[in-house]
Design a protein around this ligand. Structure first.
Ligand code: LFR
Length: 453
């Protein structure tokens, strides 16, 4: 038996999970959550920041609770970073990607490098949260000695060794997905100093040690680990990594950098083992979470039961950037319905139904676009992450897409993190296909077959 600690930081909570890998015929991974802690962003002086020291304390507490392990791997959300000064200290709290600071600089960046060129070089979908825009807005970057992306910052504090993990580096819109190297051209035109980034490292490389235990780079972008954790047994699968965001797309051997792909706002993030995550960010369960915050109704079960009993009535565009910042979500959803001449939801149940129908509709459009743009066939859809528990959403997705939805595992990200560590440590071997086989045979999955309308 080998034991791995997976540190997984998400937008609303952080977790430390322990994965035990059994050898021999009963080969499988048993996952236990040993510590969960809130991730509560803080607004100071008008800027929305991550409380990074509280997060790091949560990681340390979790690793202590995990007890002796053979290795550690870290994954977090993408695009955000911390800046260090010459003495190695953090210059300020990392800024949250939902902060509005990039709005005024987007046009300035596009004046230096047109969107067509930026896409042809990096293949990253336009989102105001992208690191390239954040850095253009960040006056502190000029005073910094070093930039560490979120998972790299945690890894640096644990090991004392600085590096930039590749899958997460690709979320910056500064990396060329064809070569897996930085785009010197983009950096030069936007005026970003690439020397701020420590050397790139690939998933599976040892990042250093923490208290004598190896820390491996994994797919340290959480979505990269989630895609490793998709229990597909065919190549013709689409995935929905469903949490605060829904990341919807395909795994490809090569990026698709066409104008059509740019116009459809598809991203080409780098995955584990040289794969490409060809996907679109759909706003995800954030739409509902932000409503629940406004209503002060934490009980999601009740809302889903109410929504399940209602008919489909109004659909909003779940990719619309107006839903990105925190704030009054029910008001924004109501305005979007009214503008498009649809019935405006009144009760929390009606809003919930509208959000879920809109997500299912966005999934259908995204999977159709992904198949068309890449020339691939899709036979089944895997829903992984917390949203795999949402029966109504899985059912609506199967019906909207006319394809079977295979839901689970909920913990795909932590499992993907553990599997890549286990392989780096020599406890497993083989490509992504054999890692996925192991999950397909050992995880509990639910299949939703499409019902005709
Ligand atoms: C999901 C995720 C998405 C990324 C968004 C912001 O947790 O990592 O992949 O686009 O968060 O970083």
């Amino acid at each position: 038996m080998t034991t791995f600690a997976a540190v997984d930081l998400g937008a609303s909570s952080g977790r430390v999970m322990v994965g035990e890998l059994s050898a021999g015929l009963s080969r499988g991974v048993a996952l236990t959550e040993v510590h969960r802690f809130d991730n509560r962003p803080v607004r100071t002086d008008g800027t929305l920041c991550w409380d990074i020291l509280a997060l790091y304390q949560g990681v340390l507490d979790g690793l202590r609770k995990a007890g002796p392990v053979d290795a550690i791997g870290i994954d977090t959300w993408g695009v955000d970073y911390g800046l260090l000064g010459a003495d190695g200290a953090l210059l300020s709290n990392p800024v949250h990607y939902r902060d509005a600071r990039t709005e005024p600089v987007i046009d300035e960046v596009f004046a230096k490098i047109p969107p067509e060129k930026l896409y042809a070089e990096t293949g990253i979908q336009f989102l105001p949260i992208n690191t390239v825009f954040q850095l253009a807005a960040d006056t502190r970057a000029r005073r910094a000695e070093r930039l560490l992306m979120m998972p790299d910052l945690i890894s640096y504090w644990l090991t004392g060794v600085a590096g930039t993990e590749l899958t997460n580096a690709s979320t910056t819109a500064l990396l060329d997905p064809r070569t897996g190297r930085w785009s010197a051209e983009v950096a030069r035109r936007v005026g970003i100093d690439l020397d701020l980034f420590p050397p790139l490292r690939k998933p599976g490389e040892e990042a250093g040690t923490h208290a004598g235990v190896p820390v491996y780079a994994v797919g340290s972008h959480d979505t990269a680990s989630a895609v490793v954790g998709v229990p597909a047994t065919t190549e013709n699968f689409a995935y929905i990594s469903s949490g605060t965001w829904s990341l919807v797309g395909l795994e490809l051997p090569e990026p698709v950098l066409s104008e059509a792909s740019r116009e459809a706002n598809f991203t080409n993030e780098v995955g584990v083992d040289g794969t490409i995550r060809f996907l679109r960010n759909v706003m995800g369960l954030w739409l509902l979470q932000e409503c629940q915050r406004a209503w002060e109704i934490p009980d999601t079960r009740r809302l889903l039961d109410e929504a399940a009993a209602l008919p489909r009535r109004a659909i909003i565009d779940a990719g619309d950037p107006r839903f990105l910042p925190p704030g009054d979500m029910p008001a924004r959803l109501a305005a979007a319905c009214a503008e498009t001449g649809q019935p405006v939801p009144g009760t929390p149940g009606e809003f919930t139904r509208c959000v879920l129908d809109s997500l299912a509709d966005a999934y259908r459009r995204t999977i159709d676009d992904a198949a068309r743009l890449s020339g691939r066939r899709v036979e089944e859809i895997h829903v992984v992450g917390g949203g795999a528990r949402n029966e109504l959403l899985c059912r609506l997705t199967a019906d909207a897409c006319g394809l079977p939805v295979i839901a689970g595992p909920v913990e795909a990200t932590a499992l993907g993190n553990v599997l890549v560590q286990a392989r780096a440590h020599g406890a497993l071997s083989g490509g992504l296909g054999s890692l996925r086989d192991l999950l397909a045979h050992t995880q509990r999955l639910t299949v939703y077959r499409p019902q005709s309308p």
